[in-house]
Design a protein around this ligand. Structure first.
Ligand SMILES: *Cc1c(COP(=O)(O)O)cnc(C)c1O
Length: 395
């Protein structure tokens, strides 16, 4: 049997890479990828141990930074994102932290989109500032604002597209051009789309971040993350942080994620189809003020669909009339949907961002991010769309 590693991955389609990449079969002849639950590895001799530690010989050393199961997940995700290297991490937040620690130093600046995942904003504002790293926020889709905010200290541009929870988008090709004109690194959190729908590295971004916890797992089982990019930025800088500081992904979680990757494309298309139907239906409900979904023709960046992003994705947000009371009433009236902040699961989840995922932000920060009191986010799962709709009762 020839392993996909010995073949040119560009010769294989996305679906094939998602299923075949990374696994080097052991002498046992296993068909499914094994879980290597071992913290360390045995060397044939003292000289071999020395060669491994010095980097002269490639091979496993210690599972903080080398584990065969984690490596299969890393190679498979790198192949799907069109990246040279992937470093898996203990969570999505650990992935973001590892990028910042690997690429930034005191005095550097980040420019980030205003509408970020709540913990990301908190990481930048509360913790990175302690180490002398400042973050400036700009409206995600406003390219002029991004460029105007760049100064000689700016090293990194950071965005999510589409954003959480409002599904705002930015033109990544143009943002990458701006970043490179000013010698900055563009980092994209690709959590909402996954490489099945959008591949930022192919559009010019330098680094892709994942919360593998979401769609890469796909069934809400494990927490994990990943960073994908080139040999220099990810293979050296980010890997160095992982090796030394140790925000490591466990082999078991890596195994769950790599099995998740095998069905990623099928799932993402099915999530998108359900979400598109739900968004269209919500758009017709009088109790709803506004629906946020990239697949709707009324979405301000709808033209990026089919060009930068293959479909609208699986997340729909909407403002209900009547603020927090009306939003909580709708959520509490559901019988099937899961009231939980997680997303990217086969099970549909419903969240009130203002009091959960974005609850630790100040009211001013929430307002700046456009998170209203009546806002609800639904991460549309794979149940029958009629059952999802029937669970949303507007009174
Ligand atoms: C969940 C999430 C994260 C953080 O990932 P964890 O795995 O929970 O640490 C980062 N970005 C986005 C967009 C997310 O949804």
């Amino acid at each position: 049997m020839v392993s996909l590693e010995s073949l040119n991955r560009e010769d294989f389609s996305f679906a094939t890479r998602a299923i075949r990449t990374g696994h080097l079969r052991t002498a046992e002849g296993e068909h499914s990828e094994p879980i290597f639950n071992t913290s360390s590895y045995v060397f044939a001799s003292a000289a071999e141990a020395a060669a491994r530690f010095s980097g002269e010989q490639i091979g496993n050393i210690y599972s903080r930074f080398t584990n065969p199961t984690v490596r299969v997940f890393e190679e498979r995700l790198a192949a799907l994102e069109s990246g040279e290297r992937c470093v898996a991490t203990a969570s999505g937040m650990a992935a973001i932290l590892a990028v910042c620690m690997g690429l930034l130093k005191s005095g550097d600046r980040i420019i980030a989109s205003r509408s970020l995942f709540g913990s990301t904003t908190l990481l930048f504002n509360k913790y990175l500032t302690r180490f002398g790293i400042e973050t400036i926020y700009v409206p995600l889709s406003d390219l002029t604002a991004w460029e105007a905010a760049i100064d000689s200290h700016t090293k990194l541009l950071f965005c999510e597209t589409p954003s959480n929870p409002l599904t705002e988008m930015v033109d990544l090709r143009q943002l990458a051009e701006i970043a490179h004109r000013h010698d900055c690194v563009l980092v994209v959190d690709n959590c909402f789309c996954t490489p099945a729908l959008q591949r930022p590295l192919e559009l010019g971004a330098d680094i892709v971040i994942h919360s593998a916890t979401k769609y890469l797992d796909g069934q809400g089982r494990c927490v994990g993350g990943a960073v994908v990019g080139n040999h220099k930025l990810v293979g050296e800088e980010v890997y160095g942080v992982l090796r030394t500081a140790g925000p490591t992904l466990s082999p078991f979680n890596a195994w769950v994620f790599l099995k998740g990757l095998e069905t990623l494309e099928l799932r993402m298309l099915a999530h998108s189809q359900n979400a598109a139907q739900l968004a269209a239906w919500l758009n017709e409900q009088p109790a709803i003020e506004r629906v946020y979904y990239p697949g709707l023709a009324t979405h301000p960046q709808h033209s990026l669909i089919g060009n930068q992003q293959r479909t609208g994705g699986g997340i729909v947000a909407f403002d209900v009339r009547g603020g927090q009371a009306a939003a909580w009433k709708l959520i509490d009236a559901t019988r099937m949907l899961s009231i939980t902040a997680n997303l990217g699961d086969t099970k549909t989840t419903i969240t009130h961002p203002a009091t959960t995922t974005h609850g630790r932000l100040t009211p001013a920060e929430r307002a700046a991010a456009g998170i209203g009191d009546g806002l609800i986010r639904i991460a549309v799962g794979l149940e029958a769309i009629a059952d999802i709709q029937a669970d949303l009762v507007f009174s």
